[in-house]
Design a binder for this molecule. Structure first.
Ligand SMILES: [Zn+2]
Length: 116
């Protein structure tokens, strides 16, 4: 027979086989923690996206600019964070953070482009 343990405190659970927590208290505090963690994750990701967006907006004031990768990296631009990808018929991949996009060019250059 399998002995179940409370996910929150580790106490042995008696009763129904599908029970995950020993008490309502443990269930509530476990669920609160999970919600808090996912909220933190979302908030941190949003903050990093906002920072990325700000970097692109500041570097691309004209709506279309060519810059070096170094310049983006100096602004702590995070290439892992974007909101959408657009691939053209010719195979160019544009990464967008909201309406600010960038396209990798040759020799570590990037084209910054704003959606209109
Ligand atoms: Zn418990």
């Amino acid at each position: 027979m399998m002995q179940k343990q409370c996910l929150e405190c580790g106490e042995k659970i008696v009763g129904r086989i599908d029970k995950k927590f020993c008490t309502d208290y443990c269930r509530n505090s476990y669920n609160n923690k999970v919600n808090k963690d996912s909220k933190n994750l979302i908030r941190n990701t949003n903050n990093r996206l906002r920072k990325n967006y700000k970097v692109l907006s500041e570097l691309n004031q004209s709506g279309k600019t060519k810059i070096t990768k170094t310049k983006l990296l100096h602004q702590n631009f995070d290439f892992n964070l974007f909101t959408s990808i657009y691939t053209t018929k010719t195979g160019n991949v544009y990464y967008y953070i909201y309406d600010q996009g960038y396209l990798g060019l040759e020799n570590d250059f990037y084209l910054l482009i704003k959606k209109d």
